[in-house]
Design a protein around this ligand. Structure first.
Ligand code: PNS
Length: 164
């Protein structure tokens, strides 16, 4: 059986914590889709196409396994995407009890909607404090985000701030 899983998220931008979860999840499934989902509850820093491009570059630079595809999704339910591509599992990284509390209802609803299971991966402790919102805040105030994000992202984020 060809097992397909999806790692969904805003990825605004991708962090080293995301990259670690993607790498480990890719080893657990035959095919892994990293899915950039537009989250209407959040004000975005980067356009979706740019987020996809930075994820693709980060995966290539880190030489992650070649069973990873990067896609985006903006219409309908996340589980509709899973059904369309034949994915039966969602993979989420959970850094804290807050993340578990946020993710648990979504996992239950996604299973009720379409039988899609969610598995949670704990972060590498080196990345347990890293979030995209923290990166956005540090970057917007001119700080160095290179300890928290792949090189492609830190180079991209530095460019607008150093040019102005
Ligand atoms: O990186 P984020 O912002 O925490 O990712 C959240 C995301 C995009 C995974 C979440 O908002 C989501 O699952 N959106 C899909 C909308 C959906 O299907 N909702 C109904 C079931 S929960």
């Amino acid at each position: 059986m060809h097992r397909i899983a999806v790692v969904p998220g805003s990825f605004d931008p991708i962090t080293l914590g995301h990259l670690d979860v993607i790498d480990r999840a890719a080893g657990l499934f035959d095919e892994l889709h990293v899915l950039v989902v537009h989250n209407p509850d959040k004000t975005a820093l980067l356009p979706v196409a740019q987020r996809v491009s930075l994820i693709e570059k980060s995966i290539a630079d880190a030489k992650l396994p070649d069973n990873i595809r990067v896609m985006s999704w903006s219409v309908g339910l996340l589980v509709d995407y899973c059904t369309d591509v034949g994915a039966s599992v969602l993979v989420k990284g959970v850094r804290s009890q807050l993340d578990v509390a946020y993710e648990t209802p979504m996992a239950i609803v996604n299973r009720n909607l379409a039988g899609v299971e969610t598995i949670f991966l704990l972060p590498d402790p080196a990345h347990a404090h890293v979030s995209s919102s923290l990166v956005r805040q540090v970057a917007s105030l001119g700080g160095d985000v290179s300890p928290y994000v792949p090189t492609a992202v830190s180079e991209y984020l530095q460019t607008p701030f150093t040019e102005s």
